[in-house]
Design a protein around this ligand. Sequence first.
Ligand code: IPD
Ligand code: CA
Ligand code: CA
Length: 281
Amino acid sequence: MTERDWDALGRQVTQWIKEAGAQLRASLSTPLEISEKSAHNDLVTNMDRHIEKFLIGKIRAAYPEDRIVSEEGFGDGAVDTKGVLWLLDPIDGTLNFVMQKRFFAVSIGIYEEGEGRAAFIYDVMADELFHCICGRGAYQNTKKLAALTSVTIEDSLIDLSATWLKPNRLIHEEIMTEIVKRCSGTRAYGAASLELAYVAAGYLDAYFTMRLSPWDYGAGLILLREVGGSYSRAEGQPLNILSKTSVLAARPGLHHFIAEHVCKQVQGGRFIRELDGGHNH
Ligand code: IPD
Ligand code: CA
Ligand code: CA
């Protein structure tokens, strides 16, 4: 296999993702076809499908050997991480897309033999692209993101998906209480890729959620690692990039602090289980 020109790929993907963004912005002035998937808050629109097909068409034409794992089912699916794998979410934050018409993203993470190589997360309405080619630094549009430094729990702003609190029998409802009480504040934006990009950009200090799929976190984790951030499953165990999994992503020291907190809670009898079905925002 010849070495890929990642800079050329970066330029191509930037063009495709911005084109997708323009189509999404235009779609907001026409009626959307909306349907429910697994629950009333698990929505899919005609635009989720359209954008996924559009991007897959571009990827397949340019990189026919690569495999694609994508949310709406037009990709290849993948059981292993061999070769080049694209993790694609055509609209991350569909509930925001439908209800707020803002704060949603197109997310593309590219892995080679299981290693992150490039990431693109496009906040469509803000026209803000978080991106990196691994080893060359991460960017928010043209601004280079700084390497992440540590922060105390007291000085941190933590993004908690409501999955930790909902009565879903997966996590004891008290498990994050101490973290919530001690930190400076909590946030939840409803688009995992952007929330991960915000941790990478230093706008948030940590992000914690009980269930994400590969297309939700694929790009965000690559971006985060590029700036020295840490990630794992909720209780600190390594994360398999093809799994539906809990995700804890944070500045380096804070990541250890929260993972240790979760472990202690579990040892003290407060349970935590990985979600493997249904839908829970
Ligand atoms: C969802 C969002 C949300 C997260 C859900 C995801 P979707 O993605 O990222 O923030 O909490 O778990 O499924 O369905 O809008 O692409
Ligand atoms: Ca998503
Ligand atoms: Ca989606």
